[in-house]
Design a protein around this ligand. Sequence first.
Ligand SMILES: O=C(O)CCC(=O)C(=O)O
Ligand SMILES: [Fe+2]
Length: 347
Amino acid sequence: MGEVDSAFIQPIDHRPKLKPIEVTDEIPVLDLSSVLDSENSDQQLISEIGSACQTWGFFQVINHGVPAELLRKVEAVAKEFFAGSFEEKKKVQRDALYPMGYHDSEHTKNVRDWKEVFDFLAHDPTEVPASHEPDDEGIRVLTNQWPQYPPEFRELCEEYGREVEKLGFKLLELISLSLGLPADRLKVFFKDQTSFLRFNYYPPCPSPHLALGVGRHKDGGALSVLAQDDVGGLEVRRKSDGEWIPVKPIPDAYIINIGDAVQVWSNDKYESVEHRVVVNSTKARLSIPFFFFPAHYTMVKPLEELVNEQDPAKYREFNWGKFVANRNRSDFKKQDVENIQISHFRI
Ligand SMILES: O=C(O)CCC(=O)C(=O)O
Ligand SMILES: [Fe+2]
């Protein structure tokens, strides 16, 4: 068995243990059917969401309203795209001016991830801007790039984006309610959302004990809504003891996790929890996260309703777009620069 290039090799204490993937039921699985098509609030569900967010920062949902058939079609075109020639993928390769599209050398904390990705914005600006240069504040105007093949790729991606976004808004309401806030309290930050979707394609890896599909990290954004296939590999760091716990693949379920923005809005009531992806030597894996991001101009700070004398604000206000630009520059690029996290704004 060959070994991977040194760029992929994780520092010793970041390497996976590679015990046989032990399936655990510990991460809560919640059924959304009671709240899908109604304004009803289901207090039991809301309190389960609240405790999952506090204990794990992760949960899975079933009966969520995203059509399973649509997900099947999207998975099929995504796999076809990754199986295509590098020539075709190169045509939509992401670069400094076009940060959406195909990429095969993601880095997390300066180590290369064993995967290929394709990114697209849920809401593409309708007009291609005259310039893709960063503005004075380092914020780029983004736009999507679409491959010509498979021909139905773009349409399916756009339709899927709309469906998964609806689920994102529903979850945002439930999370607001679970924090004791009005259902629409967080919606205002998403009027000009900068959410994007990603196809993560993890080929079989000759050295799964040395490399990771994605190194340990926390997600930015408010929430991530992730579809995974039946291969498994996602692991979540359990808050109680730091153990890496595999997330069980459940057909057609979505994995939901809290991102940095909710951590700040909730004043640390809910935390953005570390996770990583273990790869294997026999099976390729596909996962599809929707990264639900607020508008780039959002000024993020702990919500006033959740701050009081006993529980003062733990963060000072910061500009979301600038934070994301710096976070990406520092965390996901092979560069030796300071790692910018929300802890930077901690009071
Ligand atoms: O592939 C997965 O299960 C998770 C991927 C992930 O954590 C990410 O893309 O941020
Ligand atoms: Fe992630």
